[in-house]
Structure formats: structure tokens, C-alpha cells
Write a protein that binds this ligand. Sequence first.
Ligand code: FES
Length: 281
Amino acid sequence: MTEIPGGHHSGFLQSNRADKWWIEPLWTGLGFLAFVVYTTWAMFQGDHYWWSAGQGGFGGYLSPFYSPLIFIKQGVAGAAPMDHAWFGSWPGWWPKLIPATPAILILAGPLSFRMTCYYYRKFYYRAYFMSPPACAVEGISQKKYKGETLLLVFQNLHRYTLYIALGFVAILSYDGILSLFRNGEFGIGVGSLILIINPILLAGYVFGCHAFRHITGGNQDCFTCPNGKTSVRYKMWKGVSRLNARHMFWAWISMIWVAFADIYIRMVSSGKWIDYSTWGY
Ligand code: FES
């Protein structure tokens, strides 16, 4: 084995590191794979994404995987009432080969944000592409490091997908408020708590985004000049930086929670779990 300048042995997965460097790429790779498998399955179901005891009236639980509802297909178990659809009932021109499920219309939005996130890029380049699998560990050999070139320049779209994510924070916050009502009556259930926590965790992730940090603190010549430290932008940048320091935590907790919210509503809607609540029905 030959030593590579910079301190490690040459050869696939070779390293001088004595710690368990492989644990992080392993759990992130498996964890994200589990999320993708579940999300894909849930998206294709097209049913049991909504729950509200009784009929009509304001309020109910809507799975975040299905929000916003662009179109609603009628006659499906656990579907939301038609007045929740932005554009009414499912269009007749929809191709038969593609499942008629509301989630299929919207999931590309949040997915485009997560897949281009700087943190996600770091972990999936490591876990799936082994390029490299960890610091000071040799991965797939690259004769010359090229960075994110060629097709990977699309990753630069992250700064624009941020605006999609901000829209989802607003929409899912509205769903949280919606969950505090059942047939127009105010109350709170376990599902309400889950759907209120969901946009809070998502906000922790989105507002700690590197692109958002640039919006708040970028293009500033001097923060420490007179009035710099008292400016609103400086204070916002400090807050964003605090979230940004724990971006990995917010990325994972918000991702796990959104899947859990879908599972909870799916279970309650299909009658497998009981939603304990102040409404008592
Ligand atoms: S860098 Fe992770 S969400 Fe923007």
C-alpha cells in the first residue's frame, strides 16, 4: 500500500483514520433510503391522507405529503372534501398510466429543495457516490477533482428552490391551524400537535439554509460599522446563523417528522389508530 500525500493510504476505502468513520455514511445512506422508499409508497397510495370525524365544517388533518391539494379525486377512501382542492376535482385529461394521487403533483417541490441542500449533497455524495466516503478516506478514484461541474451545476438552483420551501412553510402552517378545528369547533388532538410541530421543524431547517443566510447577511460591506450591529439584517443573520450551525439536526428531524405525520394521519384515517382529542369524537 502506498501512502498518498496528505496522509492516507491509496486504495478504495483506505485510510489512516482509526475511528469508526463509516458509521455516518452508513446511517445517513440507510436513513435517507428508508425515507425515499416510504415517501414513494405513500405518494402512490392516493388515499387516507385526510381525516376529520363527521362531515363538513372547517378543520381536519391533512397529510403534509399531500398539501397543498391541487386536485382531489372523488370517491377515494380518506380523501379530503372537495372544497379543499385549489382547482377542483381530478381532471379528465390525466393520463391513465400515471396514478391519480394529489401527492404526485407537489412532492417535486420539497424534494428539489432537499436534494440540492448543501448538507444533503454532502451526505449523499459520501454515502451513495463514495466521492469520498469520509474525510481522509479514499473513495471512487477520480484522477482529477472536478467539483460540481457538468450536470451537477443544477445544484445551483438551490437558491431558487428556497422560495418553494418558504411557500411550503406557509402552507403547512395553515394546515397546522386547520388541525385545531373539527367541524368548525375549536379543540386539540394528538394530530393537531403533530401538524403544528411539523412546520416549526421545517422552519428550523429552511430558515437555517445557507441561501437564506446569504439573503439576510450577504452583500453587506461591513456589519461592524456604525449601526451595523444594531441593524435588523444583522440580527436576522445572527438568528439564521444559529440555526445554520445545527443544519444537519434540522434537516433530519424535519424529514423524519414529516414522514411520521403522514403515517399518523394514514393510520387514523384508515381506522387503525385512535386520535385522542378534546373533541371527544
Ligand atoms: S443549504 Fe440546506 S436547506 Fe439550503
